[in-house]
Design a protein around this ligand. Structure first.
Ligand SMILES: NC(=O)c1ccc[n+]([C@@H]2O[C@H](COP(=O)([O-])OP(=O)(O)OC[C@H]3O[C@@H](n4cnc5c(N)ncnc54)[C@H](OP(=O)(O)O)[C@@H]3O)[C@@H](O)[C@H]2O)c1
Length: 283
């Protein structure tokens, strides 16, 4: 099994260069998918309070560790704080509940799921994440769906820059400006819906031509594009063969021309469902 490269986070910890998305899987299907993803070689598993699957993700990881003897430290689990828990105390309590549900000794990463700037409590929530880290419930803290302004606010308030910002990022919405800002701030970019979910651009010439040139699938081309941009993609698949396929993107390299052709697919309104973090709120 190929070794997955890692990124260094701004808190000194490492994170795998690709991870496994778990939404909307629940129940036994979720436990089975998490275990088969770990067997395939994934070492970063993404969950959230609002996915309603923290118990199952924790169970899948625990069973895998027990059955294989893999050290706990080799798997990174991350979950996300929901909007309804954005008060300071509510955030700390919420993370303690996630910690209890997953039963994994520690949570490796907790992200604020959405900034909800209309509700405007994300700055308190960030302080709650810092407190949970100080109390050792979580090792690394970050955010999701934050804009430059939201990132700047929490950094200015506390002097602590989020280690990660998980944002919508796929060929139709490549987030070039956010990636540049993250690089300047030392923030690792994670990509949600990294393939483009239902609108995956598998039939675009730029993707198909690269797939043919390298003898790989269109999905592998898109995930390789993500990796070469420096993003951490989190593809979800309930299908074991696709889980293996999606991880197998470290044995070929796209050319500059191929990367440019995929970058050219981006569209100003390329978001999948209009999830603009300035207006979209999730509780
Ligand atoms: N932070 C946020 O606000 C946020 C928002 C959305 C998502 N996320 C995270 O990001 C993860 C991934 O996003 P996503 O699930 O929306 O989109 P995605 O990973 O881009 O796409 C998932 C879809 O693609 C299919 N698929 C996977 N691999 C494939 C392959 N090799 N060939 C063809 N089809 C393939 C899957 O089908 P099968 O499962 O049937 O194989 C599934 O229908 C989520 O699971 C979640 O963890 C976070």
């Amino acid at each position: 099994m190929a070794q997955i490269p890692t990124h260094e986070l701004n808190d000194g910890h490492q994170i795998p260069a690709i991870g496994f998305g778990t939404y909307p899987m629940k129940g036994d299907d979720c436990v089975t998918a998490v275990k088969s993803a770990l067997h395939a070689g994934y070492r970063l598993i993404d969950s959230a309070v609002n996915y309603g699957n923290e118990l199952e993700v924790g169970q899948g990881i625990r069973e895998f560790l027990e059955e294989t003897g893999t050290p706990r430290s080799e798997v990174t689990v991350q979950t996300k704080l929901p909007g309804r828990h954005h008060d300071f105390d509510a955030a700390v309590n919420s993370i303690e509940v996630s910690f209890d549900k997953m039963q994994l000794e520690t949570l490796d990463v907790v992200l604020i799921h959405w900034p909800n700037p209309i509700t405007d409590k994300y700055r308190d929530a960030w302080k709650g994440l810092m407190e949970a880290r100080d109390r050792d419930f979580v090792r690394t803290i970050g955010v999701s769906n934050f804009t430059e302004e939201h990132l700047q606010h929490v950094a200015d308030d506390t002097g602590v820059v989020p280690a990660i910002n998980q944002i919508e990022l796929h060929p139709y919405f490549n987030q070039s400006a956010m990636r540049t800002f993250h690089a300047e701030m030392g923030i690792v970019t994670q990509s949600w819906s990294p393939l483009g979910k239902r609108q995956a651009p598998y039939d675009e010439t730029a993707v198909k031509a690269a797939a043919e040139a390298h003898g790989v699938t269109p999905a592998q081309v898109i995930l390789r594009w993500q990796v070469q941009l420096g993003n951490v993609p989190l593809p979800k698949s309930a299908t074991p063969s696709r889980q293996v396929e999606n991880l197998d993107v470290f044995g070929f390299e796209l050319t500059g021309t191929e990367l440019g052709a995929i970058n050219a697919l981006t569209q100003p309104d390329g978001r999948l469902f209009g999830g603009d973090p300035n207006t979209h709120e999730e509780m």
